[in-house]
Design a protein around this ligand. Structure first.
Ligand code: ATP
Length: 571
């Protein structure tokens, strides 16, 4: 398939934001594509070459892309820079300048998707000395063979600026449509995707056997999408819903999915990043486990041996580092509380009940640094409340009640797990939201250059972000300085393409940082777009910053559906 076809689809998608239209366009592409092409299309649409946990990065910045456009088009660097200033998007610059290529290539060929993908992969893979020159050379080669529209998207892709606003769910819908003309194959696709978190691999397997996705098997070293917890207001409601249930402590650290096969161990974060190199201590402990093959999940917390108490979440996060790993391991020894089993010696455990998974876990984990989460089975609201109070007394965040009969609900927020957390002021919960913009400081805050944040949650149905609060408090002076510095580097000319908004901040930023926000209650407001109906959206009243959530990515923020649930729950 020609790459131009894909570029054409991107062009139409950019001008339309309707999910149905996007789905239809992508479905047409998938219908025509071979299994291999489908795999590549799925990755490219997501702005990736491989799933993010494989850590493939283009490693090429604006400066070098500018150079490549200059070499590819025959325009001087100065001329290219001038265009960049005027257009503000190097994709647009490449498209414009390559239209009137000063140096026409003698042997320009039609680009296929396979060719472009392979070329991009080579650009990504070249590393070490002389790699920048090599990357530029390969990009110039691509430009020589590309049509202007292709150059636009190739450029944005290499810069990580494709941002079509097409998420995983739309791609999965499109695959189903490509085969059946409706969404009926989506369940099997979801099943496969939740077990491997690899959209390209799923697309390829689907093209090979569209009706056999239900049989998709997990594999060690492919991370599983984490199961998520629902929320209810109190112990009584939880017991009403679950009846007899398991109650585990809710540890406030970071989640790890641990994979072992023979002598190899890999660790993935909640965002499915490969974080193995940061945790040699965990790797060592896991190597000693008896099973040949295992995938399990737990929450890691740094423990202060001297004072016999947990370090704070912020201190625990010091362990998530690339450098100074040994030193940090010594200073912040980890306790890993294992709470779930997904796979054991060739057997998928995600379909088994919680009770069965827990029983198997109890056999595997001896006492030591790797340990099981606290768990008690309860029958009554009083017992559950007692465990909740005890957890808070121990400095923990709360409890998670678990349905004894439920399977592991990979990638889904279900009532198989229900969390009950300590109260932040008037509410029992917080919202995790994405920073999309910020305000200049006024009055006493002028000196920090920072006055607050505009934050958004995610509407999964629409695949759009929607604003929910302007956050002006909860910052220490140090944090204000840091936000001003960090966000200052992330400024963009326009709002994120997939954001619905009414309020405009002083500066838009690249939507990357997730923050946890406490609030008093949820109200309806004409200035926010979260779950908007009749001109009013949900808004947080008295929002204040709790902390930055480094362990969460943009798509892990609280969803509009959850906010609606929290609004209703509060009555
Ligand atoms: P929150 O923002 O409430 O911490 P979250 O958005 O990170 O939650 P949820 O699914 O809502 O994710 O809450 C479950 C989280 O709690 C898990 O992601 C996990 O990191 C953590 N956790 C701590 N202890 C446990 C436990 N015993 N069982 C399951 N998850 C646990």
């Amino acid at each position: 398939m020609l790459f131009h076809k894909l570029a054409k689809v991107f062009e139409v998608i950019e001008s339309k934001s309707g999910r149905l239209e996007m789905t239809g366009l992508l479905a047409e592409l998938f219908k025509e594509a071979s299994a291999e092409e489908a795999e590549r299309i799925a990755y490219i649409v997501e702005g990736e070459l491989l799933p993010p946990y494989m850590g493939v990065d283009m490693g090429i910045g604006e400066k070098f892309v500018l150079q490549a456009i200059s070499e590819g088009s025959g325009y001087s660097r100065k001329e290219v820079e001038k265009e960049f200033e005027a257009i503000g998007d190097l994709g647009g610059v490449a498209e414009k300048l390559l239209t009137g290529k000063k140096q026409q290539s003698l042997h320009s060929e039609q680009l296929t998707i396979a060719y472009v993908y392979a070329a991009l992969m080579k650009i990504a893979k070249s590393s070490g000395k002389g790699s920048q020159e090599e990357k530029i050379k390969r990009l110039v080669e691509l430009y020589h063979n590309s049509k202007p529209l292709e150059a636009r998207y190739i450029t944005r892709f290499v810069l990580g600026q494709l941002r079509l606003g097409v998420g995983g769910p739309t791609i999965l819908d499109a695959l189903s449509f490509s085969e059946k003309g409706d969404k009926s194959l989506r369940e099997g696709l979801d099943h496969a995707y939740n077990l491997c978190s690899d959209i390209g691999y799923v697309a390829r397997k689907f093209k090979e056997h569209p009706h056999r996705m239900g049989e998709f098997k997990m594999e060690v070293f492919k991370p599983i999408m984490p199961a998520l917890a629902e929320r209810l207001a109190n112990a009584g409601e939880i017991v009403k819903r679950l009846g007899k249930c398991a109650v585990e402590s809710k540890y406030d650290g970071f989640r790890m999915s641990v994979h072992k096969k023979g002598g190899r161990v890999e660790i993935f974060s909640r965002r499915l990043e490969r974080i193995t190199p940061s945790f040699p201590d965990v790797v060592k402990a896991v190597e000693k486990l008896k099973p040949e093959e295992i995938i399990f999940e737990g929450e890691a917390l740094a423990f202060n041996e001297k004072e016999k108490k947990f370090y704070s979440f912020q201190e625990t996060m010091h362990r998530r580092r690339k450098y100074g790993v040994e030193e940090a391991s010594g200073k912040y020894p980890l306790h890993l509380y294992v709470f779930d089993l997904h796979y054991l010696d060739g057997k998928d455990y995600t379909g088994k009940t919680y009770a069965e998974r827990r029983k198997a876990l109890e056999k595997i984990f001896p006492k030591g640094n790797l340990m099981l989460s606290d768990m008690k089975v309860v029958d009554t609201a009083d017992e559950l409340q007692g465990l909740f109070d005890k957890a808070l007394g121990m400095g923990l965040e709360g409890i998670i009640a678990k349905d004894l009969k439920a399977p592991y609900t990979a990638g889904k927020r279900k009532f198989a797990w229900i969390k009950l957390k300590k109260s932040y002021g008037k509410t029992m919960d917080t919202v995790d939201a994405l920073i999309v913009g910020y305000y200049r400081g006024k009055g006493s805050r002028t000196e920090f250059g920072f006055g607050g944040l505009l934050v958004a949650v995610y509407n999964e149905k629409k695949e759009r972000f929607e604003t929910i609060a302007k956050v002006g408090s909860g910052f220490t002076e140090e944090e204000m300085g840091k936000f001003a510095e960090e966000l200052g580097k992330m400024k963009t000319k326009n709002a994120p393409a997939d954001l619905d908004y009414k309020l405009e901040p002083d500066f838009w930023v690249k939507p990357k940082i997730v923050v946890e926000i406490a609030y008093d209650n949820i109200t309806k407001s004409p200035v926010h777009t979260c779950g908007e109906e009749e001109g009013k959206g949900f808004a947080l009243r008295f929002p204040r910053l709790v902390r930055i959530r480094d362990d969460k990515g943009p798509y892990d923020v609280t969803t509009t559906k959850e906010v609606r649930g929290m609004y209703k729950q509060a009555g």
